[in-house]
Design a protein around this ligand. Sequence first.
Ligand code: E4P
Length: 214
Amino acid sequence: MAILLDSASVNDAAAAAELGFVHGITTNPALMARETKEPLAHLERLLSAFPSGPICYQPTRTAYAEVNDEARAAASLAPDRVVAKLPATLDAIKLAAALTDDGIRCALTAVYSPAQALLAHEVGCVWIIPYVDRAARQSVGGLVVVDALAAILARLQSSTRILAASLKSGSQLVESILHGAHDVTAPLEVLACLPAHPLTESAVREFAAAWPET
Ligand code: E4P
């Protein structure tokens, strides 16, 4: 199981690197647009701020010739760390097949159906990325989607992993793992709240009261 940060903020990346339990980063074009007008230069800043582990980079262009160029340029910055993240459309799946053949690791994102998972498996994607909270908001049921994806990947004995995304709370994150996600990605505020529990906090207060500072 791996926990990733879902953000394009360099400050978030540096803070996540200090937490000790964050394995990598996912970005998307909307998150990038909040931070920069030069996404590839910004990716280099993220690679420096978070110095090891995968960074899933989603190209900002939309015409597929340009998506191809941008994905390859991103991967060339750190071939062992950058994963090309592409929305699960037919064009993207074709591109993922070509990139994978050339040794560039790919993930399909915005995944909502077992058919998309099946194709991700066929073209050798390392991750499929279902959007749990977005599915829940549309009444599809975010965890129902994770269940279906986990079932088909298990049936195929696939090495493609489920990276649950669009997680808005610690309970959604934990439930995603319980429903078969291998890995999770969430904003810094969700990750930082994972250990929060009122009984832990009251125990800490009790222990501190036993040893008042002099
Ligand atoms: C995943 O990689 C995406 O960046 C993200 O989780 C999308 O979902 P959201 O916009 O609902 O947070």
